[in-house]
Design a protein around this ligand. Structure first.
Ligand code: CP3
Length: 353
């Protein structure tokens, strides 16, 4: 014996988190559950630190905000507090996120010369706080849940930097796509290699699964999705799988009803569906090779507790046994009663196949 001279090392929980088992198609006793934008006391921190970039680029704040939902609801996944736009400054694309306006890109990218100025992303130099925060989160969560990293998909990032912010009709990126496709392809290529590197970095620092957000891919018709989104998603997945073959990758594309059969072609492990797709139909259309995530309407959390319970059970039954990560089809809506979020988790965690 060491006679108590050395402190006992904290035992690392070696059991794989439920979410990873479900993502890999292993047998699980119930579907794992997690939600986006689940932080209840987050608003208090917004008052103290009104700038989004300040909140999301400071290790202590990132860790604190990421852990808030973990402490309150004990979800099966803990997502890093950050934004899909966070890497942009490191790529020489200055931006801000302004309350009430959303993202602002100060110098939108619209020409070949603009694309030329976009730099490849080097995460360890540009966003060391992301790596540090993930490492701390991994220790804190200690395999009792999976720590989730995330990135924006090339087309979605391109839509922000070409439009200059959020958009309704996506006319500027479509003008580029349909009149100067080579310029857009050069930009998409830079985002694809950079985001592949960013996923590898997040995994090396502690992320156990990574979600790729292609929020605006569904603004594309299927043929244009095949040209401007799918190849770059595939490039990311292929690159990451070469170095991190066991890292589950989740693809999120809202409003993807018209693209469902194409989403597994990216090679991801899990496809996230929103509530505009019936879960049983979505499950069938995805085919047997991927797991499914979703897809309860976030608005359901404004209903009664019985209603919430019914909708959870309906979704879980339709998704079938295993290969399902229970989630909303999008993030929690501001104003959602916190007790209903608590009820959602309680019911979900009490389910057994
Ligand atoms: O659960 C979490 O909070 C995880 C962190 C997270 C944020 N954004 C923090 C954030 C994640 C995973 C995102 C992803 C993200 N960001 C997406 C993809 C998901 C989706 O919604 O389709 C997109 C498109 C963005 C870009 C973005 N960031 C927009 C359009 C906005 C403004 C939206 C608004 O409601 O004002 C943001 C800001 C942002 N990022 C907020 C949060 C919690 C809200 C504003 C704030 O907290 O100051």
């Amino acid at each position: 014996s060491l006679g108590g001279a050395v402190a006992e090392p904290k035992t690392i929980n070696a059991t794989e988190p439920l979410l990873l088992n479900a993502a890999r198609g292993k047998e699980v006793e119930r579907p794992p559950v997690w939600l986006m934008r689940q932080a209840g006391s987050y608003q208090t921190l917004c008052e103290k630190h009104p700038s989004f970039r300040e909140r999301s680029e400071n290790v202590d704040l990132v860790v604190e905000i990421s852990l808030q939902p973990w402490e309150v609801f004990k979800p099966d996944g803990v997502i890093l507090f950050s934004d899909i736009l966070t890497p942009l400054t490191g790529m020489n694309i200055p931006f801000d996120i302004v309350k009430g306006k959303g993202p602002i890109i100060f110098d939108p990218i619209r020409t070949a010369a603009d694309v030329e100025k976009v730099q490849e992303f080097t995460p360890d130099e540009s966003v060391p706080y992301v790596g540090e925060a993930l490492t701390i989160l991994r220790k804190e969560v200690n395999n009792e849940a999976a720590v989730l990293g995330f990135v924006g998909a090339p087309f979605t990032l391109a839509s922000y930097v070409v439009e200059g912010g959020s958009s309704k009709h996506f006319s500027k990126i479509k003008r580029l796509a349909f009149s100067e496709p080579k310029v857009l392809h050069a930009l998409l290529q830079k985002f694809a290699t950079s985001m592949a590197k960013y996923i590898q970095y997040q995994a090396d620092k502690g992320a156990q699964a990574v979600q790729i957000f292609d929020s605006w891919a569904t603004e594309l018709s299927p043929v244009d999705f095949e040209e401007f989104s799918l190849p770059y998603l595939k490039l990311i997945v292929d690159t990451v799988k070469r170095t991190h073959p066991d890292l589950p990758l989740i693809l999120y594309a809202s409003g993807s009803g018209g693209l469902i059969e194409r989403l597994p072609m990216t090679g991801v492990d899990v496809v996230s569906l929103d509530w505009t797709v019936d879960m049983a139909e979505g499950r069938r259309r995805l085919g047997p090779n991927v797991a499914v995530q979703g897809n309860v309407d976030p608005g359901v959390l404004f209903g009664s507790k019985e209603f919430i319970t019914d909708r959870i059970k309906d979704t879980v039954r339709k998704a079938g046994k295993g290969k399902h990560i229970l989630n909303l089809g999008h993030g929690i809506v501001v104003g959602t009663p916190e007790e209903n979020v608590a009820h959602f988790f309680e019911v979900a965690k009490g389910l057994r196949y």
